[in-house]
Design a protein. Sequence first.
Length: 418
Amino acid sequence: MVAPLDGQRYWESGLFSGLTLSGRRVLVGVSGGIAAYKSAELVRRLRQAGAEVRVVMTTGAQAFITPLTMQALSGHPVHSELLDSRVEAAMGHIELARWADAILVAPASANLMARLAHGLADDLLTTLCLASEAPLFLAPAMNRVMWMHPATQANSELLRQRSVRLLGPAAGEQACGEVGAGRMLEPDELVAELLRYWQQGPLSGVSLLVTAGPTREPIDPVRYISNRSSGKMGYAVAEAALRAGATVTLVSGPTALPRPPGVALVAVESAAEMAVAVQARISQCDIFIAVAAVADYRPSVVVPQKMKKSAPELSLALERTEDILAMAAGGTDAPFCVGFAAETEDLEGYARDKLARKGLDMIAANLVGQGVGFESDVNCLTLFWADGQYEIKRATKAVVARELIEIIAERYHAKNSG
Ligand code: PMT
């Protein structure tokens, strides 16, 4: 069976229905790589979404796809020469750099990324990227070893630090026959990223980190301690935040759920791994929402070989895990922190205790174990903050998450404006 394309899921998800790129001017840069064949579809999709498109190709790109194809699809002559007096007379490179509302380079080869990272302007595309003030999006596409090479990783980091937005790469089967990270995102995914960038929502421009799912605390190589969290609530929160315009990173314990389209997913197993993943990202986020059901205890010792059932009884010594949420909320320059509280009694008492003890801006409390909360498709929440509370009635987790995100956006903006 062929798995559905990620790109198709974007449109099936309905996240971007009703949004267009109408009035947006997108300069598509194409560098040399086998994924250049997808650029033709990208240009078609961008125009379908309402964007005006101009195409710039490197010499390498023209070995994979002809300028004529791109001209036919974009409706405009393709630019490729830096020092061409005829082209400069029509629309010079500085005009082109000013014309663009965004530059999207897809595919972005390892070579192109290296040249951009080091400020080279040795062809038309790199010159335009240097001469333009428009946001720059890169869709890396290369062999997995090239992507993981320290040079490429260092160049990616340098570009990120300069606010270049890296879209992907995705993992999967590659044109060279290998499997791993390095595939260019599908054209629909790239269009969706631009739609999201320009989308106006209560959280547009906000960077949001969510944890979701259970953690697994190993006992030996084949056994672990875990809980009933399915990840549904956390994934719904991530999608709702994306829909509200946020840039979303989801740190998820093991679940059976697909990555929500448009969300950056960091997969972890244990509480310790989740703590490291959150710690590495917390200073770059504006809002942190801890939906994960993190194990409070883990085995003090992980037995290196499978334990044998020789003893009639077995006791496991447990030790506390790190409290990820308390750590995030207690740091200097902490983001707006929202915790979740799963309780089976005295919802308000326990939730308010966690709110105060962990130093949170808000806590979303759910009574679990009555067909809501863990595993179920529905939930209801009571939100508590220092001097207020709000009730979200029983509904699907998607609906509950949307209402939750509205309230979080309201309180986040109130805190930052007051
Ligand atoms: O995943 P689903 O099946 O959709 O279920 C959703 C849910 C019931 C798991 C979710 O709605 C929920 O309540 N999540 C929080 C569960 C939980 O661990 O609650 P807690 O009261 O034990 O923890 C309080 C808060 O501290 C939580 O935000 C938790 O993420 C955080 N925590 C807890 C322990 C720890 N070591 N580190 C933490 O960060």
